[in-house]
Design a binder for this molecule. Structure first.
Ligand code: ATP
Ligand code: MG
Length: 280
């Protein structure tokens, strides 16, 4: 199976900066996989997100080296517009990207430059809005929606372009628990469909632990490690060193005498499953 994204020896320095914002980054994203990206503030997470759809280096000044292949395409050979059908990028603040008077217009705008027929545009809008369960909101102003609903419209705008990769930069960090749950229920459905690879930038430990297959840890632009999620969230010395919040369930189970890292549940539902298995 070919990777959706292949990043090799990526290094990027913003113009005027002394140190690179990213240096020595190497990872791949496979179809259906969810990769979490975390690390302290200023680690380079947003910068990394912007390299995947070629916003960096195309729309920023600086020095780029290394290689990023997206579905086999070298990003430096393509513009952001060329890659919109490969990579959807969702930011923390969806409102800043809205242009439409209605949700429907919002979705149509993103498709208009693709030269699609009216029938195809209608099909894609219907499909994308159903994927985020917001069929009843097509005639509403996107600005009148709740935070979670706005973020779901931003996700639908990306999905309408039928990308194979979705990159989300802290999509729920400004949302309340209800908005966060709404967005994750959509993301979980996408993950289940296994049609799309997801890169999720987040500080939220419990979300990363329950949603991601692997986690990439960045610090000061460097790749500290890339581990499977179980291994990552049970490596307490590593989490402590880089200020990553330890999942509460890991804190609790790590106190069990003699327990090995691979036996520690990293989510509440995994803990419940283990306990009921022991009892059965
Ligand atoms: N447009 C820019 N020009 C110059 N330097 C920048 C620019 N954007 C970001 N940087 C610098 O690059 C480094 C990485 O920033 P980035 O925004 O990628 O970090 P981050 O991990 O997303 O942080 P946070 O968790 O706060 O969102 C920081 O030192 C930042 O100051
Ligand atoms: Mg950021």
């Amino acid at each position: 199976m070919e990777p959706l994204v292949q990043v090799s020896d990526l290094k990027w320095t913003y113009v005027g900066s002394k140190r690179p914002a990213l240096n020595g980054i190497n990872f791949s994203l496979m179809p259906g996989e969810v990769l979490g990206v975390t690390g302290p503030s200023g680690a380079g997470k947003t910068t990394l997100a912007m390299t995947i759809d070629s916003l960096i280096p195309n729309n920023f000044h600086g020095d780029f080296s290394g290689k990023i292949l997206v579905n086999g395409k070298n990003t430096t050979d393509y513009s952001v517009c060329d890659l919109v059908q490969e990579v959807g990028l969702v930011f923390q603040d969806p409102e800043s990207q809205f242009m439409g008077m209605t949700v429907e217009e919002e979705l149509v705008f993103t498709l208009e430059n693709l030269g699609l027929s009216d029938e195809e545009i209608t099909r894609r809008v219907d499909h994308a809005i159903r994927m985020v369960h917001m069929e009843d909101f097509l005639q509403r102003s996107p600005f009148s929606l709740s935070g979670g609903q706005k973020q779901k419209v931003a996700i639908a705008s990306c999905l309408a372009l039928e990308p194979s990769i979705l990159v989300l930069d802290e999509p729920t960090s400004e949302l309340d628990p209800i908005g966060t749950t709404e967005v994750f229920s959509v993301l979980r459905e996408l993950k289940k469909s296994r049609k799309i690879g997801i890169i999720l930038v987040s500080h939220a430990t419990e979300d990363l632990a329950s949603f991601c297959d692997r986690v990439l840890l960045l610090s000061e632009g460097n790749q500290v490690c890339l581990k499977n999620t179980q291994e990552f969230f049970t490596d307490i010395p590593l989490l402590t060193q880089y200020g990553v919040q330890i999942p509460q369930i890991v804190e609790a189970f790590s106190k069990v005498p003699g327990i090995q890292p691979e036996q520690i549940p990293i989510t509440l539902s995994e803990a419940v499953r283990q306990m009921t298995e022991v009892e059965a």
